[in-house]
Design a protein around this ligand. Structure first.
Ligand SMILES: NC(=O)CCC(=O)C(=O)O
Length: 274
């Protein structure tokens, strides 16, 4: 199949885990009724983005959240990239995204590799490593539409990761994310378009809707860039679902006309020595 429909759910996240799960399922059903093939939720969609909440909302797999996502995927015959949730695994907590196929089977799991530990003067402070552990796997998985790469939020800032995913064959990279009011206006669009452009892939980033009462105020602005760096879907800070047609002919055509991936000087690059 040469094109398919992607939906990003920019949902309001509340303090009530059950309501968040129900609300995510409602948005998924709505996107499925609009004929979306792959539906994406934002980072930490069942839990406020707060260190004191992660251990309280964390669940092992399979748990309440992942069971609900698996069921709704099957009932609506869609792929779901389940944003991310706090995952309890081997006594540690991870920021984890689960992907399900149309039958509700788990087909991939990504544990955020780069923890968001930053302190911007006069702006945002967050230390994910106070409660979370980092994952160690690059995540690329097969679908009927081809290979998809999966990363989470701050992972976008490490170009090596997107490059590895595209070299492993990913033609679409999906990023459940939650930038904030300091780095969002400065770096969100720039990073999405740049990762799309330098890897010649579609790049789709799904954010939560902005809640100004939350301790961490999300930027919103869910967005999809095509492999030319052109924004093909976007929204503002409010709750909404956005849709993008992912056209594999566009990927092929951009790669033929501007063969960046072929022009890499791998005989010269040795980034491991630094
Ligand atoms: N949740 C996150 O990883 C936030 C990343 C972010 O805001 C950034 O600027 O990077």
């Amino acid at each position: 199949m040469n094109s398919y429909k992607l939906a990003l759910c920019q949902m309001n996240v509340s303090e009530d885990k059950n309501k968040n799960i129900e609300h995510a399922c409602e948005m998924i059903k709505k996107a499925a009724s609009e004929n979306a093939d792959i539906i994406v939720l934002p980072e930490m969609f069942n839990c406020p983005y707060q260190n004191d909440c992660f251990p309280v909302y964390a669940e092992e797999y399979p748990g309440k959240t992942t069971t609900a996502l698996s069921q709704v995927a099957k009932e609506n015959n869609v792929y779901i990239i389940g944003g991310s949730i706090p995952e309890l695994f081997d006594g540690n907590i991870f920021n984890t995204s689960y992907a399900f196929d149309r039958e509700g089977n788990l087909i991939a799991k990504h544990q955020k590799m780069h923890l968001f530990d930053i302190n911007v003067e006069g702006g945002v402070y967050f230390m994910e490593s106070d409660t979370l552990s980092p994952g160690n796997q690059v995540t690329v998985f097969d679908t009927e539409f081809g290979k998809i790469g999966l990363a989470i939020c701050y992972d976008i800032r490490f170009p090596e990761l997107s490059r590895l995913m595209s070299l492993e064959g990913a033609e679409l990279i999906i990023l459940p994310a939650a930038f904030n009011m300091t780095t969002g206006p400065a770096h969100w669009e720039l990073s999405i378009r740049m990762r799309a452009l330098d890897n010649q892939v579609y790049f789709a980033a799904a954010a939560p809707a902005r809640n100004t009462d939350a301790s961490y105020v999300a930027y919103g602005h869910s967005m999809v860039s095509d492999p030319w760096g052109k924004i093909v879907a976007s929204t503002d800070e409010k709750e909404s679902i956005i849709y993008a047609d992912i056209d594999k002919d566009v990927i092929k055509s951009v790669r033929e006309q501007l063969p960046l991936l072929k022009h890499r000087r791998t005989d010269i690059y040795d980034i491991n020595k630094f």
